[in-house]
Design a protein around this ligand. Structure first.
Ligand code: UTP
Length: 276
């Protein structure tokens, strides 16, 4: 059974400067809840209750968010304002939280390798909290992927169809169609030109990884921008073993970009916050 989920949250969030100068991108609120809490709720819903953060300098408020604030609890105890804390209290009751720091931002692959000390030798989920995934009234994307892992026991990447003019922003897969939105991955390309893209299926920030990925990342040389790319390691894993791509059910918002963040804010306000 998978119990752990890794959250790489060490990135600089330069696209949100100056907001992210002294505040982590992951703490930017979508209406009233920080981005990272949506991801953690998705993880806990999927049964991955051991939450592991790979943080960096200036990200201390993430650790504080997933801890009790005694002063605040004391201040609002017995008042009508307690309801505003209910969602984070529920997360704290259900989950356990661990952290380690990525000292140099050498890419997503490197961030995941940094998390090895928290994961050990077991399969684990990965959530990039700046990719917000919502599936209102139905199971979340990570829960869908855990079910598939229990059936196939190999690494799984979440994918979605994207138009050709957007493909350059993503890692893109080629693979054999196994039906029911599943593909056996044969090739992966990071940020291809539209004419070089092997398909229209883009990888988004949800993964289940088997622990052999750590050794593979260790042997993966830096790729684009001198960063250690998870895509390169997954490509090796796909060639030597098995990686599945899964076209998930639900909506995804690119909250790492300003337009995606605004779109997500409007959606959450209209369809989630207003109906709570
Ligand atoms: P991004 O590519 O969105 O980078 O990283 P970023 O630094 O967060 O944002 P910009 O591009 O500067 O605006 C994708 C995910 O991988 C994590 C980020 O925190 C984000 O969740 N990441 C990336 C790390 O944890 N460490 C890294 O070295 C790189």
């Amino acid at each position: 059974m998978i119990k752990k989920c890794l959250f790489p949250v060490a990135g600089y969030g330069t696209r949100f400067l100056p907001a992210t100068k002294s505040m982590p991108k992951e703490m930017l609120p979508l209406v009233n809840k920080p981005l990272v809490q949506y991801g953690v709720e998705e993880s806990i819903e999927a049964g991955l209750k051991e939450v592991a953060f790979v943080t960096g300098r200036g990200k201390r408020s993430i650790a504080d968010h997933f801890d009790i604030s005694y002063e605040l609890e004391h201040q609002i105890a017995g008042t009508g304002k307690e309801k505003y804390l209910s969602s984070i209290r529920e997360v704290l009751d259900k989950g356990t939280f661990m952290m380690t720091r990525q000292r140099e931002m050498k890419g997503l692959g490197h961030a995941i390798l940094t998390g090895e000390c928290l994961i050990g030798n077991e399969a684990f989920g990965v959530i990039l909290s700046d990719d917000l995934c919502l599936n209102k009234g139905d199971e979340g994307v990570m829960a869908q992927m855990v079910k598939l892992y229990n059936q196939f026991r190999c690494s799984i990447v979440a994918t979605m169809e994207v138009p050709a003019d957007q493909i350059e922003k993503y890692g893109v897969i080629a693979g054999e169609d196994m039906g029911n939105g599943l593909y056996r991955v044969s090739n992966m390309v990071e940020k291809p030109k539209p004419e070089d893209a092997p398909s229209n299926l883009a990888v988004i920030g949800r993964y289940i990884l088997t622990p052999d990925i750590f050794d593979i990342i260790r042997d993966t040389p830096p790729g684009k921008n001198g960063e250690i790319q998870l895509t390169d390691a997954l490509m090796t894993q796909a060639q030597n073993g098995c990686v599945l791509a899964y076209k998930f059910r639900g909506k995804r918002f690119d909250c790492g970009s300003v337009p995606g963040f605004i779109e997500a804010t409007n959606y959450v306000y209209e369809h989630i916050y207003s109906e709570e």
